[in-house]
Design a binder for this molecule. Structure first.
Ligand code: SF4
Ligand code: SF4
Length: 444
């Protein structure tokens, strides 16, 4: 997920908005990221249940998987909601003074709303004593404000890098809203509208809201004060201005991190409008433990065990393919799937399974989930919202991709989003970037 730091709020006096409910300090008591007095003694855990993202930031590359690399957007595994809840049970038993369970990726929680909300429900059922926390880019959050509040989510972080769409066009490669992909100023404008709507909606529901802003030299530094003023007017509670973490191979890497003076100045400008967090310990989407001390051997062991349980119950991945080589078939048009396993020599097809006939709406997709009950993921060139929702509800990730099925499967087995490896001209109609072409063969 979007750069998600952890740091206590330092008190910078600011006029708070008065037209929205103001959470009492009690709301954050014991939260290691919001309560400075709790930072060194209480712990949080992130449940990595949200693999997809609905925007592409030009500073993010989520393909990396390195436990030594503490940065957001990265997780060593992705869990289904029930698996995450079981993992949480173990973390609660093993980690003293755990007060917060959060979802911060490795994609965006609301690009995976089904998994996120189901996971939150399980968390609050099993461990009502824990605070619930989310970190999101905000694009899809307005659709889920009531559910978020009803589930008792107490803290939400939204990354808002700019309130100037012209600047945003340089930060976001694309913004996907449902099946439509927006680029440039149009994409940045849409994202900003949703982010501001989300801040206002959360505050109207009494949720504590933190804003993250990535300080990108030559891009977002100058506008930090405008971001701070805008979100303060909406009632946001605090803000963290984070220096860019240059990730090799991303478009913004060459800009480098801002220097210390630029960071201090930016925080001072923002601090004129809204309280600032002063320290940052970037954390991964699967972080667990005290801030800055994540991934002890014990916590790594718990997460590994959860990943192994997932591998044992769902040892395969499936792909829709016309000829058995490429992921190149819309799910609605598929009458069979190729099932792959991972071997030491790579991935190979071990089965071809027939899918139920088109028609029947959600029932058809529940039947498909039955056919794929031992598969952790399904890779398709495209899929409609209903099948995606039903399959993900049944614990099967749905990835839209193209390319060799064996390479895509390798990525999924490694806990990564499969990447498109075909030249654009060879992709099938509109995969990934465009609205569903609509084959009329059964997404509904
Ligand atoms: Fe990466 Fe998505 Fe988070 Fe941006 S919002 S940093 S693309 S995971
Ligand atoms: Fe802290 Fe962010 Fe995790 Fe919430 S989501 S617990 S604020 S690091």
């Amino acid at each position: 997920m979007t750069a998600e730091p952890t740091s206590p709020v330092t008190a910078v006096p600011v006029a708070a908005a008065t037209s929205v409910p103001v959470p009492s300090p009690e709301a954050s008591r014991g939260h290691p990221c919001f309560d400075a007095s709790a930072r060194a003694r209480t712990a949080r855990v992130h449940l990595p249940v949200a693999p997809r993202c609905n925007i592409q930031c030009n500073y993010c590359d989520r393909r990396s998987d390195c436990v030594a690399e503490s940065r957001p957007g990265v997780s060593s595994t992705v869990l289904a909601p029930e698996e995450a809840a079981d993992y949480l049970d173990e973390v609660v038993a093993a980690v003293p003074d755990l007060t917060v369970v959060g979802i911060a990726g490795p994609g965006d929680p609301f690009a995976n709303a089904e998994q996120t909300l189901r996971t939150l429900r399980l968390c609050t059922d099993r461990h009502p004593e824990l605070m619930l926390c989310l970190a999101t880019n905000g694009l899809a959050l307005p659709d889920h404000l009531d559910e978020v509040a009803a589930l008792g989510v107490s803290h939400v972080t939204i990354t808002i890098n700019t309130v100037d769409p012209e600047v945003g066009a340089g930060i976001y490669r694309w913004v996907r809203d449902g099946r439509r992909v927006h680029r440039g100023v149009a994409g940045a404008t849409l994202l900003l509208e949703r982010q501001l709507e989300a801040v206002a909606g959360l505050k109207a529901r009494g949720v504590v809201v933190k804003i993250n802003t990535i300080l990108v030299p030559g891009l977002t530094l100058d506008g930090v004060g405008d971001v701070a003023r805008t979100v303060a007017e909406l009632g946001a509670d605090t803000m963290n201005c984070l220096p860019l973490y240059p990730v090799e191979g991303t478009p913004l890497a060459e800009r480098g991190a801002p220097d210390a003076f630029e960071v201090v100045s930016a925080r001072a400008r923002a601090g004129a409008h809204i309280p600032q967090m002063a320290h940052c310990a970037r954390c991964r989407a699967d972080a667990v433990g005290l801030l800055g001390e994540e991934h002890t051997a014990e916590s790594l062991g718990l997460l590994d065990a959860a990943a192994r349980r997932r591998a044992a119950t769902r040892p395969y991945v499936a792909a829709t393919s016309m000829e058995g080589l490429l992921v190149n078939l819309h799910l609605g048009a598929a009458d069979r799937v190729h099932v792959l396993e991972r071997t030491p020599a790579g991935c190979r097809v071990v089965d071809i399974r027939t899918l139920p006939n088109p028609g029947g709406g959600a029932e058809r997709w529940r039947a498909v989930a039955e056919v794929l009950s031992d598969c952790r993921a399904l890779m398709v060139s495209q899929a409609g919202q209903m099948p995606r929702s039903v399959l993900e509800h049944e614990g099967i990730e749905v990835h839209e991709t193209e390319g060799l099925i064996t390479e895509a499967a390798q990525s999924v087995f490694a806990g990564r989003r499969p990447t498109v490896r075909l030249p654009v001209r060879e992709r099938s109609r509109g995969a990934l970037d465009n609205p569903c072409g609509g084959t009329g063969t059964g997404c509904g």
